[in-house]
Design a protein around this ligand. Structure first.
Ligand SMILES: *Cc1c(COP(=O)(O)O)cnc(C)c1O
Length: 377
């Protein structure tokens, strides 16, 4: 048996939507009913006033920061363990990302380290709802308010996650989503900026489409970008939002199944958590080998054994503070975020896609269990 880490799942509706877009001759990102519908329905889904589609999660992050006038020399505090796109977005603007360490259990930004690193030079905070677990927002909102700086959420892995009953994406100045092929909702490539701030929404909308003038179209109002999502991609997005509950619940079911079957290894493997304040949507079933257990340092061996029996896995992210190119440039050093460093060397995830069958789930659990037992002895 071969079990991939994740494949997207669509209903028949998706083909109907795409054909509709083609028949409308609406194939660009400039117009089309599906773009409007996707944005409206995504805003509803996130309980935000506005949602602006764009070409990727990375461009969503770039747009949100640019629309808030983050610029050269500004410091932005960013959770170190993430897809490096979160950091790149800050760097595109010439701003300086300052990596903040993570909590060992949720793998999200550590408020104690954040308090240590915030200063007069800090112009924004970017949190990441990593692997579908929402960040403990209240203490961070309090700090952002105290310093009077904007707060952003990278929601690329957390569509539908909730913090104290409220959806992520609406808990800060702006939320940034990705619809890459392996994300919880997908359009192949794509992104969305969510916000309750009308001015910010307008600015994002303008910047994403070359900042054309309103009265005189070719008198541009800014240095704009072309970060438009096409109407064909939006047609896929419409189907995904329609099916969001199913797709999210599927991810939760998969995680609950794994947790139930794998809890017996919890001395050796730290499993995903769900704090009291959280609804975790478990983007991927991501685990960390307990660094103080006897199987610490054995990740590569374990993953290779799993590969041999057809179980696909991925290593966890390498945090900013372990990125060689940035260490060389003196932008960071491993000690900046010791928990993120330790976690990253021990982390991985197993198949978690919405199309996984019960047979495949059972196969992963039994294969993974026997590999672990071999090393635990
Ligand atoms: C996927 C991802 C991104 C980037 O999204 P793209 O659509 O691939 O550009 C950014 N941040 C996080 C946390 C992600 O997981």
């Amino acid at each position: 048996m071969k079990v991939p880490v994740a494949k997207p799942l669509f209903t028949n509706q998706v083909e109907k939507n795409i054909i509709e877009a083609l028949n409308d001759k609406a194939i660009s990102g400039l117009f089309g009913n599906h773009i409007i519908e996707f944005e409206e329905n995504f805003a509803k889904f996130c309980d935000t006033k506005y949602a602006i589609s764009c070409s990727s999660g990375t461009s969503a992050l770039h747009l949100a920061l640019a629309a808030n006038n983050i610029k050269k020399g500004d410091e932005v505090l960013v959770s170190s363990l993430t897809n490096m796109a979160t950091f790149f977005a800050v760097m595109y603007l010439g701003a300086k990302p300052v990596p903040v360490d993570i909590e060992i259990d949720t793998l999200n930004i550590d408020i104690k380290d954040l308090k240590k690193k915030i200063s007069r030079n800090t112009k924004a905070i970017m949190v990441v709802h990593l692997f579908g677990h929402p960040v403990d927002m209240d203490p961070i909102i309090e700090i952002a308010n105290k310093f009077n700086i904007p707060l952003f959420e990278d929601c690329a892995e957390a569509h539908g996650a909730e913090y104290k009953g409220k959806k992520v994406g609406g808990l800060s100045s702006a939320g940034c989503f990705s619809f890459f092929a392996n994300k919880i909702l997908t359009t192949g490539e794509g992104g969305m900026v969510t916000t309750n701030d009308r001015k910010l929404a307008e600015k994002v909308k303008s910047l994403k489409s070359l900042a054309f003038g309103t009265n005189d179209k070719f008198q541009h109002t800014d240095i704009g970008y072309n970060y438009r999502l096409t109407n064909i991609q939006a047609a896929i997005g419409c189907e995904q939002v329609q099916n969001a509950d199913f797709l999210i619940n599927k991810r939760i079911e998969i995680a609950n199944f794994y947790t139930q079957k794998l809890s017996k290894f919890k001395e050796f493997i730290l499993l995903p958590q769900e704090k009291d304040y959280a609804k975790n949507v478990y983007w991927m079933y991501h685990m960390v080998i307990n660094p103080s257990s006897k199987i610490s340092g054995m990740r590569e061996k374990i993953l290779e054994d799993l590969r041999k029996i057809g179980i696909e896995t991925r290593q966890g992210f390498v945090p900013f503070n372990l990125q060689k190119i940035f260490i060389k440039q003196n932008l960071t050093k491993p000690d900046d975020c010791p928990v993120a460093a330790l976690t990253s060397n021990n982390s991985f995830y197993i198949p978690s896609g919405p199309d996984i069958t019960n047979d495949e789930l059972n196969y992963v659990v039994s294969g993974f269990s026997s590999v672990l037992e071999k090393y635990i002895g």
